[in-house]
Design a protein around this ligand. Sequence first.
Ligand code: PEP
Length: 260
Amino acid sequence: MRRKLVAGNWKMNGNLAANSALLNELVAAVGHGAPCDIAVCVPAPYLAQCQQQLVNSAVAWGGQDLSSHGAGAYTGEVSATMLADFGSQYAVVGHSERRAMHGESNVLVAQKTVCALRAGLIPIICVGETLAEREAGQTTDVVGDQLKAVLDLLEPADLTRIVVAYEPVWAIGTGKTATPAMAQEVHATLRALLAAHDPVAAAGTRIVYGGSMKPDNARELMAMPDIDGGLIGGAALKSVDFLAIIAASSAASNAASSAQ
Ligand code: PEP
């Protein structure tokens, strides 16, 4: 069984005082062992704070984007090795906000994925369709093209070192969530694409769901066979909500293992 991952995407939120309180609350509740992998993906200036407060805890941390370049004259960019220098284990790549607001193409997202892997980071690769694309029946083509661009640059062995996040754009920050069945259908499609690349490795790739995941819908989403956790935006900013989603994830894992 794949170990679930619950990752927070703080987006451009936070300040030193609020982060400190949130991180302390997470560490106090989670301690040193957790029933799932847990991470917070934070604005780059707060990576040092995460390193200080989360070291030796069960909560990992990471960035929300990275450059597709190694180093050089790229003003404002942050490289994969810089994220790794601050102890990051994860990096979100290809979030729909970056695709939409910064024009990130499928190829660029694929290049960023490779940079993350080379630096030893686990890329959380976001894919997802807009409402118009879903209504036009294009969901499979859209997420398929997004994932295939990444797979074209990866070795089969990389499949166990990536996380794919299915994030329907229409569900992000809107309070509208894909039903468990809708999400499972897309996750199964993504798993089939991964399996076409390498059937054995694909069985180990984590595919998480993101899009208005909350304490009251997390458990039924994560109970689906191909949903291996969540990428959480708004609900990751309140420890009580984020911790409830972590608890929902372990409840879903426990139910799955006792059913086996
Ligand atoms: C996200 O931004 O990745 C996300 C899933 O946001 P929210 O949970 O707020 O919909």
